[in-house]
Design a protein around this ligand. Structure first.
Ligand code: FMN
Length: 225
C-alpha cells in the first residue's frame, strides 16, 4: 500500500529527563522503528512553558492563547503527526505537574478551537511507583477523547511500575502492554491511511467544529422529538 503512517509524537511529562517514562518511550520507539514509524519525543521539561496566568479570558477568547512560549510549536508538531502518545508519571496521586500544565495550556489555549488532533491515533502511558496510576490513566484518556482522537487499548492498560530510574525495565507485564498498544496503534494508523488512499476520504468524521459552536449543534440535532 502506498501511503503509510510515518510519525508519532510523544509528549513526555516527567521532570526527570532520563527516568522511567523516557525508558518506556524509548522502548516504544524501538517497536515503532520495526514498523517504519518514527517517534519524536517532546520533553516538556525542555520546553519554555508558562503556566496559565491570571488573565482568565480563555472561555471568552475566540483566538489562541496570547502567551508566547513553546506550547504552540509542540501543538503544531502533534497536529502534523499520525499518532500521539501521552506519557506521564504519577506525582502526588495525580498527573505530573508538567503534564497538567501542558494539558491546560495546549487544550484551552489551542486545541479547543479547531480540534486539530481529530482522528489522530492515540495511546496513553503511565509510569509510577505503586499508587494512583489509574487516576492518571483516566485523566489522560479523558484528554484524548475530548480531542476526538482514536484511543487504542492494550488489554491491561499501558501502565509501567517503577520507582527509581531504571526500574521500568523489570516490569515485564507493563512492557508487554506497551508492545501490544504500540503495534495496535500502527495497525490503526495503517488502516486509516489505507482507507484514505482507497476511497479518497477519511474513515471518520473530520468535522472540526468546537463544542461552543451552536450552529453546528443545531445542524446535527436529532430529528426525533
Ligand atoms: C513528587 C513525586 C510524587 C510522586 N507521587 C507518586 C504517587 O502518588 N504514586 C506513585 O505510585 N508514585 C509516585 N511517585 C513515583 C514516580 O511516579 C516514579 O518514580 C516514576 O517512575 C517516575 O517516573 P520518571 O522516572 O519518568 O520521572 C512520585 C514521584 C515524585 C517525584
Amino acid at each position: 500500500m502506498g501511503v503509510k503512517p510515518k510519525k508519532v509524537v510523544a509528549i513526555h511529562g516527567s521532570e526527570r529527563s532520563e527516568g522511567n517514562t523516557l525508558y518506556v518511550l524509548q522502548y516504544a520507539e524501538k517497536i515503532l522503528a520495526t514498523r517504519d514509524v518514527e517517534l519524536e519525543i517532546v520533553r516538556l521539561a525542555d520546553l519554555r512553558m508558562t503556566p496559565c496566568g491570571p488573565c482568565g479570558d480563555c472561555n471568552s477568547r475566540t483566538v489562541p492563547c496570547a502567551v508566547q512560549d513553546d506550547v504552540a510549536a509542540a501543538v503544531e508538531k502533534m497536529a502534523a503527526a499520525d499518532g500521539i502518545l501521552y506519557a506521564a508519571p504519577v506525582h502526588g496521586f495525580g498527573t505530573s505537574a508538567l503534564m497538567q500544565a501542558f494539558i491546560e495550556r495546549s487544550g484551552v489555549g489551542y486545541l479547543r478551537f479547531e480540534r486539530p488532533l481529530t482522528n489522530k491515533v492515540a495511546g496513553v502511558i503511565v509510569t509510577g511507583r505503586r499508587y494512583a496510576h489509574t487516576e492518571v490513566y483516566n485523566h489522560l484518556v479523558t484528554n484524548v477523547l475530548l480531542n476526538r482522537m482514536v484511543l487504542i487499548g492494550s488489554g491491561f492498560p499501558a501502565i509501567v511500575y517503577g520507582n527509581q530510574p531504571g526500574d521500568a525495565q523489570y516490569d515485564d507485564e507493563g512492557l508487554q502492554m506497551i508492545d501490544r498498544m504500540v503495534h495496535r496503534m500502527v495497525d490503526m494508523m495503517e488502516l486509516i491511511a489505507e482507507h484514505r488512499e482507497l476511497t479518497g476520504r477519511d474513515a471518520l468524521d473530520t468535522d472540526r467544529a468546537n463544542e461552543r459552536d451552536d450552529a453546528w449543534f443545531a445542524s446535527r440535532r436529532s430529528p426525533i422529538g
